[in-house]
Design a protein around this ligand. Sequence first.
Ligand code: 5AD
Ligand code: SF4
Length: 474
Amino acid sequence: MRDFELNLTPEQESKRQYEYMEKAKELVFAKEKELGRKLTFSVVTFGCQMNARDSEKLVGILTEMGYVEVEDEHADFVVYNTCTVRENADNKVWGRLGYLQNYKKKNPHMIIGLCGCMMQETGVIEKLKKSYKYVNLIFGTHNIYKFAELVYRCLSTDKQVIDVWKENDKIVEDLPIKRKFKFKSGVNIMFGCNNFCSYCIVPYVRGREKSREPKDIIREIEGLVADGVCEVMLLGQNVNSYGKNLENPMTFANLLREINKIEGLKRIRFMTSHPKDLSDDLILAMKECDKVCGHMHLPLQSGSSRILKIMNRHYDKEKYLDIVRKLRETIPDIAITTDIIVGFPGETEEDFQETLNVVKEVEYDSAFTFIYSKRTGTPAATMDNQVPPDVVKERFNRLLKEVQEISAKKAKSLEGKVVPVLVESLNDHDDSLVTGRLENNLVVHFKGTKDMIGNIYNVKLEESKGFYFLGGLA
Ligand code: 5AD
Ligand code: SF4
Protein backbone atom coordinates (compact mmCIF):
# COMPACT_ATOMS: atom_id res chain seq x y z
CA MET A 1 0.00 0.00 0.00
CA ARG A 2 1.24 3.46 -0.79
CA ASP A 3 1.75 5.99 1.98
CA PHE A 4 -0.63 8.53 0.64
CA GLU A 5 -3.27 5.83 0.72
CA LEU A 6 -2.58 5.58 4.44
CA ASN A 7 -3.61 9.24 4.57
CA LEU A 8 -0.71 10.38 6.68
CA THR A 9 -0.06 14.09 6.97
CA PRO A 10 3.30 15.29 5.62
CA GLU A 11 4.46 15.72 9.26
CA GLN A 12 3.52 12.13 10.15
CA GLU A 13 5.18 10.91 6.97
CA SER A 14 8.40 12.71 7.79
CA LYS A 15 8.41 11.16 11.28
CA ARG A 16 7.81 7.75 9.78
CA GLN A 17 10.78 8.13 7.44
CA TYR A 18 13.04 9.01 10.39
CA GLU A 19 11.92 5.74 11.99
CA TYR A 20 12.99 3.87 8.85
CA MET A 21 16.36 5.65 8.95
CA GLU A 22 16.87 4.29 12.47
CA LYS A 23 15.88 0.77 11.41
CA ALA A 24 18.15 0.90 8.36
CA LYS A 25 20.98 2.22 10.53
CA GLU A 26 20.86 -1.00 12.58
CA LEU A 27 21.13 -3.14 9.45
CA VAL A 28 23.98 -1.02 8.11
CA PHE A 29 25.76 -1.31 11.45
CA ALA A 30 25.38 -5.11 11.45
CA LYS A 31 26.84 -5.30 7.94
CA GLU A 32 29.73 -3.03 8.98
CA LYS A 33 30.56 -5.44 11.79
CA GLU A 34 30.43 -8.39 9.44
CA LEU A 35 32.75 -6.74 6.89
CA GLY A 36 34.97 -5.04 9.46
CA ARG A 37 34.69 -1.67 7.72
CA LYS A 38 32.34 1.21 7.01
CA LEU A 39 29.86 0.86 4.14
CA THR A 40 30.29 3.33 1.29
CA PHE A 41 27.92 5.01 -1.15
CA SER A 42 27.95 7.16 -4.25
CA VAL A 43 25.06 9.16 -5.68
CA VAL A 44 25.59 10.04 -9.34
CA THR A 45 23.46 12.88 -10.69
CA PHE A 46 22.43 13.34 -14.29
CA GLY A 47 20.58 16.38 -15.59
CA CYS A 48 19.38 19.59 -14.05
CA GLN A 49 19.66 21.51 -10.79
CA MET A 50 16.42 19.91 -9.55
CA ASN A 51 18.09 16.54 -9.72
CA ALA A 52 21.21 17.93 -8.05
CA ARG A 53 19.04 19.11 -5.15
CA ASP A 54 17.21 15.76 -4.99
CA SER A 55 20.57 14.00 -4.85
CA GLU A 56 21.52 16.08 -1.81
CA LYS A 57 18.43 14.63 -0.14
CA LEU A 58 19.51 11.07 -1.00
CA VAL A 59 23.02 11.79 0.30
CA GLY A 60 21.55 13.23 3.51
CA ILE A 61 19.51 10.09 4.17
CA LEU A 62 22.29 7.61 3.35
CA THR A 63 24.68 9.56 5.57
CA GLU A 64 22.12 9.52 8.37
CA MET A 65 21.99 5.72 8.01
CA GLY A 66 25.74 5.44 8.56
CA TYR A 67 26.96 5.08 4.98
CA VAL A 68 30.10 7.04 4.03
CA GLU A 69 30.19 8.97 0.76
CA VAL A 70 32.91 8.14 -1.78
CA GLU A 71 33.69 9.74 -5.11
CA ASP A 72 33.66 6.78 -7.48
CA GLU A 73 31.11 4.12 -8.19
CA HIS A 74 33.09 1.28 -6.57
CA ALA A 75 30.87 1.55 -3.54
CA ASP A 76 28.51 -0.62 -1.50
CA PHE A 77 25.51 1.47 -2.55
CA VAL A 78 25.33 3.31 -5.87
CA VAL A 79 22.37 5.45 -6.88
CA TYR A 80 21.90 6.91 -10.34
CA ASN A 81 19.58 9.89 -10.22
CA THR A 82 18.56 9.96 -13.86
CA CYS A 83 17.42 12.53 -16.40
CA THR A 84 15.35 11.96 -19.50
CA VAL A 85 14.95 15.40 -21.05
CA ARG A 86 16.94 14.33 -24.12
CA GLU A 87 17.56 10.84 -25.43
CA ASN A 88 21.32 10.93 -24.88
CA ALA A 89 20.67 11.35 -21.14
CA ASP A 90 18.91 7.95 -21.15
CA ASN A 91 21.66 6.35 -23.19
CA LYS A 92 24.31 7.43 -20.70
CA VAL A 93 22.47 5.64 -17.90
CA TRP A 94 22.03 2.37 -19.81
CA GLY A 95 25.75 2.44 -20.65
CA ARG A 96 26.85 3.07 -17.07
CA LEU A 97 24.53 0.34 -15.76
CA GLY A 98 26.33 -2.20 -17.93
CA TYR A 99 29.60 -1.14 -16.37
CA LEU A 100 28.16 -1.40 -12.86
CA GLN A 101 26.98 -4.94 -13.54
CA ASN A 102 30.59 -6.06 -14.02
CA TYR A 103 31.57 -4.46 -10.77
CA LYS A 104 28.65 -6.03 -8.96
CA LYS A 105 29.67 -9.51 -10.16
CA LYS A 106 32.82 -9.10 -8.07
CA ASN A 107 30.90 -7.50 -5.16
CA PRO A 108 27.59 -9.30 -4.92
CA HIS A 109 26.45 -7.50 -1.78
CA MET A 110 26.47 -4.20 -3.65
CA ILE A 111 23.16 -2.33 -3.94
CA ILE A 112 22.29 -0.49 -7.14
CA GLY A 113 19.51 2.08 -7.01
CA LEU A 114 17.89 4.04 -9.82
CA CYS A 115 15.62 7.04 -9.47
CA GLY A 116 14.71 10.29 -11.16
CA CYS A 117 12.89 11.27 -14.32
CA MET A 118 13.86 8.30 -16.49
CA MET A 119 12.05 5.95 -14.10
CA GLN A 120 8.78 7.75 -14.87
CA GLU A 121 9.12 7.14 -18.59
CA THR A 122 6.90 4.50 -20.20
CA GLY A 123 8.66 1.23 -20.88
CA VAL A 124 11.68 1.81 -18.66
CA ILE A 125 10.43 -0.21 -15.67
CA GLU A 126 9.49 -3.15 -17.89
CA LYS A 127 12.96 -3.08 -19.43
CA LEU A 128 14.60 -2.98 -15.99
CA LYS A 129 12.44 -5.82 -14.67
CA LYS A 130 13.23 -7.99 -17.65
CA SER A 131 16.87 -7.35 -18.44
CA TYR A 132 18.39 -5.56 -15.45
CA LYS A 133 17.53 -7.84 -12.56
CA TYR A 134 20.73 -6.85 -10.77
CA VAL A 135 19.27 -3.39 -10.11
CA ASN A 136 18.01 -3.60 -6.52
CA LEU A 137 15.98 -0.44 -6.05
CA ILE A 138 13.87 1.58 -8.48
CA PHE A 139 11.78 4.59 -7.56
CA GLY A 140 10.55 7.74 -9.27
CA THR A 141 10.30 11.48 -8.84
CA HIS A 142 7.09 11.55 -6.80
CA ASN A 143 8.14 9.45 -3.81
CA ILE A 144 11.74 10.43 -3.25
CA TYR A 145 10.76 11.34 0.32
CA LYS A 146 10.21 7.60 0.88
CA PHE A 147 13.87 6.85 0.16
CA ALA A 148 14.63 5.80 3.75
CA GLU A 149 11.82 3.28 3.76
CA LEU A 150 12.78 1.93 0.35
CA VAL A 151 16.41 1.51 1.39
CA TYR A 152 15.27 -0.34 4.47
CA ARG A 153 13.13 -2.65 2.33
CA CYS A 154 16.07 -3.19 0.02
CA LEU A 155 18.38 -4.08 2.90
CA SER A 156 15.88 -6.62 4.19
CA THR A 157 15.10 -8.47 0.95
CA ASP A 158 16.86 -10.01 -2.06
CA LYS A 159 14.04 -9.01 -4.38
CA GLN A 160 14.03 -6.02 -6.69
CA VAL A 161 12.22 -3.18 -4.89
CA ILE A 162 10.18 -1.10 -7.31
CA ASP A 163 8.04 1.86 -6.28
CA VAL A 164 7.17 4.33 -9.00
CA TRP A 165 4.09 6.55 -8.77
CA LYS A 166 2.26 8.42 -11.48
CA GLU A 167 1.43 11.47 -9.41
CA ASN A 168 1.52 12.83 -5.87
CA ASP A 169 0.33 16.11 -4.48
CA LYS A 170 1.98 15.83 -1.09
CA ILE A 171 5.18 17.71 -0.24
CA VAL A 172 7.04 16.16 2.68
CA GLU A 173 9.33 18.64 4.46
CA ASP A 174 12.12 18.30 6.98
CA LEU A 175 14.07 15.27 5.84
CA PRO A 176 17.88 15.23 6.09
CA ILE A 177 19.81 16.97 3.31
CA LYS A 178 23.57 17.02 2.83
CA ARG A 179 24.67 19.95 0.72
CA LYS A 180 27.42 19.71 -1.85
CA PHE A 181 28.57 23.27 -1.19
CA LYS A 182 28.94 24.85 2.21
CA PHE A 183 27.98 28.39 1.27
CA LYS A 184 25.43 27.97 -1.51
CA SER A 185 22.37 25.84 -1.95
CA GLY A 186 19.49 25.10 -4.26
CA VAL A 187 16.04 25.53 -2.71
CA ASN A 188 12.97 23.99 -4.35
CA ILE A 189 10.14 26.46 -4.41
CA MET A 190 7.91 24.29 -6.56
CA PHE A 191 7.79 20.91 -8.25
CA GLY A 192 6.40 19.74 -11.57
CA CYS A 193 5.22 21.62 -14.63
CA ASN A 194 1.84 22.41 -16.21
CA ASN A 195 3.04 23.87 -19.47
CA PHE A 196 3.28 20.93 -21.82
CA CYS A 197 5.64 22.47 -24.34
CA SER A 198 5.13 20.08 -27.23
CA TYR A 199 8.75 18.78 -27.30
CA CYS A 200 9.14 18.33 -23.54
CA ILE A 201 8.81 15.21 -21.43
CA VAL A 202 9.13 16.99 -18.07
CA PRO A 203 5.38 17.41 -17.34
CA TYR A 204 4.93 13.66 -17.90
CA VAL A 205 7.75 12.62 -15.58
CA ARG A 206 7.59 15.34 -12.93
CA GLY A 207 3.81 15.69 -12.75
CA ARG A 208 1.64 18.72 -12.17
CA GLU A 209 2.88 21.95 -10.70
CA LYS A 210 2.90 22.18 -6.88
CA SER A 211 4.25 25.15 -4.95
CA ARG A 212 5.74 24.94 -1.50
CA GLU A 213 4.29 27.16 1.20
CA PRO A 214 6.23 30.46 1.51
CA LYS A 215 6.71 29.85 5.24
CA ASP A 216 8.36 26.48 4.55
CA ILE A 217 10.67 28.02 1.96
CA ILE A 218 11.62 30.89 4.25
CA ARG A 219 12.18 28.59 7.20
CA GLU A 220 14.43 26.39 5.06
CA ILE A 221 16.47 29.37 3.86
CA GLU A 222 16.80 30.75 7.38
CA GLY A 223 18.09 27.35 8.46
CA LEU A 224 20.54 27.29 5.56
CA VAL A 225 21.81 30.77 6.42
CA ALA A 226 22.31 29.73 10.05
CA ASP A 227 24.36 26.86 8.66
CA GLY A 228 26.69 29.10 6.62
CA VAL A 229 24.84 29.47 3.32
CA CYS A 230 25.00 32.92 1.74
CA GLU A 231 23.58 32.21 -1.71
CA VAL A 232 20.40 30.39 -2.66
CA MET A 233 19.18 29.30 -6.07
CA LEU A 234 15.39 29.10 -6.07
CA LEU A 235 14.39 26.17 -8.22
CA GLY A 236 11.28 25.48 -10.25
CA GLN A 237 10.45 24.44 -13.82
CA ASN A 238 8.59 27.73 -14.22
CA VAL A 239 9.20 29.96 -11.21
CA ASN A 240 7.03 32.70 -12.71
CA SER A 241 3.91 30.71 -12.01
CA TYR A 242 4.93 30.11 -8.39
CA GLY A 243 2.19 30.25 -5.81
CA LYS A 244 -0.84 30.13 -8.07
CA ASN A 245 -2.13 26.88 -6.57
CA LEU A 246 -1.50 27.73 -2.92
CA GLU A 247 -4.39 28.09 -0.52
CA ASN A 248 -3.30 31.69 -0.08
CA PRO A 249 -1.81 32.49 -3.48
CA MET A 250 1.43 34.46 -3.60
CA THR A 251 3.33 35.73 -6.63
CA PHE A 252 6.94 34.90 -7.31
CA ALA A 253 7.77 38.62 -7.17
CA ASN A 254 6.41 38.82 -3.62
CA LEU A 255 8.19 35.63 -2.62
CA LEU A 256 11.45 37.27 -3.76
CA ARG A 257 10.64 40.33 -1.66
CA GLU A 258 10.11 38.12 1.41
CA ILE A 259 13.29 36.12 0.85
CA ASN A 260 15.24 39.32 0.30
CA LYS A 261 14.47 40.28 3.93
CA ILE A 262 16.25 37.24 5.36
CA GLU A 263 19.13 38.51 7.42
CA GLY A 264 22.55 37.07 6.63
CA LEU A 265 21.52 35.91 3.16
CA LYS A 266 23.65 37.63 0.54
CA ARG A 267 22.57 36.41 -2.87
CA ILE A 268 19.40 35.12 -4.45
CA ARG A 269 19.31 33.42 -7.83
CA PHE A 270 16.42 31.62 -9.50
CA MET A 271 15.61 29.45 -12.46
CA THR A 272 13.79 28.82 -14.73
CA SER A 273 11.62 31.70 -15.93
CA HIS A 274 9.01 31.07 -18.58
CA PRO A 275 8.54 34.21 -20.73
CA LYS A 276 4.77 33.70 -20.92
CA ASP A 277 4.38 34.24 -17.15
CA LEU A 278 7.04 36.86 -16.55
CA SER A 279 5.35 39.87 -14.96
CA ASP A 280 6.37 43.52 -14.87
CA ASP A 281 6.18 43.23 -11.10
CA LEU A 282 8.90 40.56 -11.13
CA ILE A 283 11.19 42.93 -13.02
CA LEU A 284 10.44 45.60 -10.40
CA ALA A 285 11.06 43.13 -7.57
CA MET A 286 14.43 42.21 -9.08
CA LYS A 287 15.38 45.86 -9.16
CA GLU A 288 14.14 46.56 -5.62
CA CYS A 289 15.70 43.52 -3.98
CA ASP A 290 19.41 44.15 -3.43
CA LYS A 291 20.18 40.46 -2.90
CA VAL A 292 18.66 39.26 -6.15
CA CYS A 293 21.39 38.77 -8.77
CA GLY A 294 21.20 40.81 -11.94
CA HIS A 295 20.75 37.71 -14.04
CA MET A 296 17.76 36.32 -15.88
CA HIS A 297 17.74 32.88 -17.46
CA LEU A 298 14.98 33.21 -20.04
CA PRO A 299 14.62 30.24 -22.39
CA LEU A 300 13.85 31.35 -25.94
CA GLN A 301 13.65 27.83 -27.46
CA SER A 302 13.07 29.34 -30.92
CA GLY A 303 13.07 32.81 -32.42
CA SER A 304 10.38 31.91 -34.93
CA SER A 305 6.86 32.85 -33.81
CA ARG A 306 5.51 30.12 -36.07
CA ILE A 307 7.61 27.43 -34.35
CA LEU A 308 6.93 28.88 -30.88
CA LYS A 309 3.24 28.39 -31.53
CA ILE A 310 3.72 24.74 -32.47
CA MET A 311 5.98 24.36 -29.45
CA ASN A 312 3.00 25.54 -27.34
CA ARG A 313 5.08 28.24 -25.71
CA HIS A 314 2.35 30.93 -25.56
CA TYR A 315 4.59 33.87 -26.55
CA ASP A 316 5.93 35.12 -29.83
CA LYS A 317 9.19 36.69 -30.87
CA GLU A 318 7.83 40.20 -30.29
CA LYS A 319 6.63 39.47 -26.76
CA TYR A 320 9.97 37.87 -25.93
CA LEU A 321 11.94 40.86 -27.23
CA ASP A 322 9.61 43.17 -25.36
CA ILE A 323 10.45 41.43 -22.06
CA VAL A 324 14.15 41.73 -22.83
CA ARG A 325 13.72 45.43 -23.52
CA LYS A 326 11.87 45.97 -20.23
CA LEU A 327 14.48 44.00 -18.31
CA ARG A 328 17.30 46.08 -19.74
CA GLU A 329 15.44 49.35 -19.26
CA THR A 330 14.83 48.60 -15.59
CA ILE A 331 18.08 46.81 -14.76
CA PRO A 332 20.68 48.12 -17.24
CA ASP A 333 23.50 45.70 -16.41
CA ILE A 334 21.36 42.58 -16.26
CA ALA A 335 22.88 39.42 -17.70
CA ILE A 336 20.49 37.42 -19.87
CA THR A 337 21.01 33.75 -20.68
CA THR A 338 18.85 31.29 -22.54
CA ASP A 339 18.06 27.79 -23.84
CA ILE A 340 17.58 27.21 -27.56
CA ILE A 341 16.44 24.10 -29.42
CA VAL A 342 17.57 23.55 -33.00
CA GLY A 343 15.74 21.25 -35.40
CA PHE A 344 12.26 21.17 -33.91
CA PRO A 345 9.97 19.31 -36.39
CA GLY A 346 9.21 21.44 -39.43
CA GLU A 347 11.86 24.08 -38.65
CA THR A 348 12.80 25.73 -41.95
CA GLU A 349 15.91 27.74 -42.77
CA GLU A 350 13.74 30.87 -42.43
CA ASP A 351 12.63 29.81 -38.95
CA PHE A 352 16.21 29.15 -38.01
CA GLN A 353 17.23 32.60 -39.33
CA GLU A 354 14.63 34.09 -36.98
CA THR A 355 16.36 32.34 -34.09
CA LEU A 356 19.72 33.68 -35.21
CA ASN A 357 18.22 37.16 -35.47
CA VAL A 358 16.94 37.06 -31.89
CA VAL A 359 20.32 35.78 -30.70
CA LYS A 360 22.04 38.70 -32.44
CA GLU A 361 19.52 41.21 -31.17
CA VAL A 362 19.46 40.09 -27.52
CA GLU A 363 23.20 39.37 -27.32
CA TYR A 364 22.97 36.67 -24.66
CA ASP A 365 25.67 36.48 -22.04
CA SER A 366 25.52 32.75 -22.62
CA ALA A 367 23.16 30.25 -24.18
CA PHE A 368 22.60 26.52 -23.83
CA THR A 369 21.98 25.14 -27.28
CA PHE A 370 20.30 21.78 -27.80
CA ILE A 371 19.63 19.58 -30.76
CA TYR A 372 15.96 18.65 -30.75
CA SER A 373 15.51 15.18 -29.29
CA LYS A 374 12.39 13.20 -29.99
CA ARG A 375 10.75 12.13 -26.70
CA THR A 376 8.15 9.40 -26.97
CA GLY A 377 4.82 10.49 -25.53
CA THR A 378 5.20 14.17 -26.38
CA PRO A 379 3.09 15.73 -29.18
CA ALA A 380 6.18 16.70 -31.19
CA ALA A 381 7.29 13.07 -31.41
CA THR A 382 4.28 12.27 -33.58
CA MET A 383 4.92 15.10 -36.05
CA ASP A 384 5.96 13.63 -39.36
CA ASN A 385 8.14 16.52 -40.52
CA GLN A 386 11.29 15.79 -38.50
CA VAL A 387 14.30 17.75 -39.81
CA PRO A 388 17.10 15.59 -41.32
CA PRO A 389 20.03 15.16 -38.87
CA ASP A 390 22.65 16.67 -41.20
CA VAL A 391 20.56 19.83 -41.64
CA VAL A 392 20.09 20.10 -37.86
CA LYS A 393 23.79 19.59 -37.19
CA GLU A 394 24.75 22.26 -39.68
CA ARG A 395 22.30 24.76 -38.14
CA PHE A 396 23.43 23.81 -34.66
CA ASN A 397 27.06 24.58 -35.55
CA ARG A 398 26.13 27.95 -37.02
CA LEU A 399 24.14 28.81 -33.91
CA LEU A 400 26.89 27.69 -31.57
CA LYS A 401 29.47 29.82 -33.38
CA GLU A 402 27.21 32.89 -33.15
CA VAL A 403 26.41 32.29 -29.48
CA GLN A 404 30.07 31.81 -28.57
CA GLU A 405 31.23 34.91 -30.41
CA ILE A 406 28.59 37.00 -28.68
CA SER A 407 29.38 35.54 -25.23
CA ALA A 408 33.08 36.31 -25.71
CA LYS A 409 32.24 39.86 -26.83
CA LYS A 410 29.93 40.38 -23.84
CA ALA A 411 32.57 39.11 -21.43
CA LYS A 412 35.20 41.33 -23.06
CA SER A 413 32.96 44.37 -22.56
CA LEU A 414 33.16 43.80 -18.81
CA GLU A 415 36.94 44.19 -18.76
CA GLY A 416 38.03 47.01 -16.47
CA LYS A 417 34.75 47.01 -14.51
CA VAL A 418 34.53 46.55 -10.75
CA VAL A 419 31.83 44.05 -9.80
CA PRO A 420 30.67 42.19 -6.68
CA VAL A 421 32.05 38.67 -6.55
CA LEU A 422 31.17 35.83 -4.18
CA VAL A 423 34.28 33.78 -3.40
CA GLU A 424 33.52 30.08 -3.84
CA SER A 425 36.82 28.23 -3.42
CA LEU A 426 40.55 28.27 -3.58
CA ASN A 427 41.76 28.05 -7.17
CA ASP A 428 42.21 24.42 -8.30
CA HIS A 429 45.67 24.99 -9.75
CA ASP A 430 47.15 27.83 -7.73
CA ASP A 431 46.28 28.21 -4.06
CA SER A 432 47.45 31.80 -3.92
CA LEU A 433 44.30 32.54 -5.92
CA VAL A 434 40.62 32.29 -5.09
CA THR A 435 37.78 31.63 -7.49
CA GLY A 436 34.61 33.66 -7.27
CA ARG A 437 31.42 34.13 -9.19
CA LEU A 438 29.93 37.28 -10.68
CA GLU A 439 26.20 37.92 -10.60
CA ASN A 440 26.08 36.83 -14.24
CA ASN A 441 27.43 33.42 -13.21
CA LEU A 442 30.87 33.85 -14.83
CA VAL A 443 33.94 33.03 -12.80
CA VAL A 444 36.91 35.22 -11.85
CA HIS A 445 40.25 34.16 -10.39
CA PHE A 446 42.13 36.64 -8.20
CA LYS A 447 44.69 36.82 -5.37
CA GLY A 448 43.14 35.80 -2.10
CA THR A 449 43.02 33.46 0.84
CA LYS A 450 40.86 30.60 2.07
CA ASP A 451 39.12 32.70 4.72
CA MET A 452 37.53 34.78 1.93
CA ILE A 453 35.34 31.85 0.86
CA GLY A 454 31.64 32.64 1.26
CA ASN A 455 32.08 36.44 1.28
CA ILE A 456 31.37 39.04 -1.36
CA TYR A 457 34.17 41.39 -2.53
CA ASN A 458 34.43 44.11 -5.13
CA VAL A 459 36.75 42.79 -7.80
CA LYS A 460 38.22 44.52 -10.83
CA LEU A 461 37.88 42.34 -13.92
CA GLU A 462 41.31 42.77 -15.49
CA GLU A 463 41.28 40.31 -18.33
CA SER A 464 38.56 38.25 -20.01
CA LYS A 465 39.54 34.75 -21.07
CA GLY A 466 36.19 33.96 -22.68
CA PHE A 467 34.49 31.86 -20.02
CA TYR A 468 36.37 33.32 -17.07
CA PHE A 469 38.23 36.42 -15.92
CA LEU A 470 41.50 37.22 -14.21
CA GLY A 471 41.09 40.04 -11.74
CA GLY A 472 42.15 41.70 -8.54
CA LEU A 473 40.55 43.07 -5.37
CA ALA A 474 39.38 46.61 -6.07
N1 5AD B 1 14.97 18.19 -27.18
C1 5AD B 1 15.95 19.09 -27.02
N2 5AD B 1 15.99 19.95 -26.00
C2 5AD B 1 15.01 19.90 -25.09
N3 5AD B 1 14.78 20.62 -23.96
C3 5AD B 1 13.67 20.16 -23.39
N4 5AD B 1 13.15 19.15 -24.12
C4 5AD B 1 13.97 18.98 -25.18
C5 5AD B 1 13.96 18.10 -26.29
N5 5AD B 1 13.01 17.19 -26.46
C6 5AD B 1 15.63 21.73 -23.55
C7 5AD B 1 14.85 23.04 -23.48
C8 5AD B 1 14.77 23.30 -22.01
C9 5AD B 1 16.05 22.68 -21.52
C10 5AD B 1 16.11 22.39 -20.08
O1 5AD B 1 16.14 21.48 -22.26
O2 5AD B 1 15.61 24.03 -24.13
O3 5AD B 1 14.70 24.67 -21.70
FE1 SF4 C 1 9.41 21.46 -20.28
FE2 SF4 C 1 8.11 23.66 -21.09
FE3 SF4 C 1 7.74 22.71 -18.58
FE4 SF4 C 1 10.08 23.85 -19.25
S1 SF4 C 1 8.07 24.90 -19.22
S2 SF4 C 1 9.79 21.92 -18.11
S3 SF4 C 1 10.32 23.22 -21.39
S4 SF4 C 1 7.17 21.70 -20.49
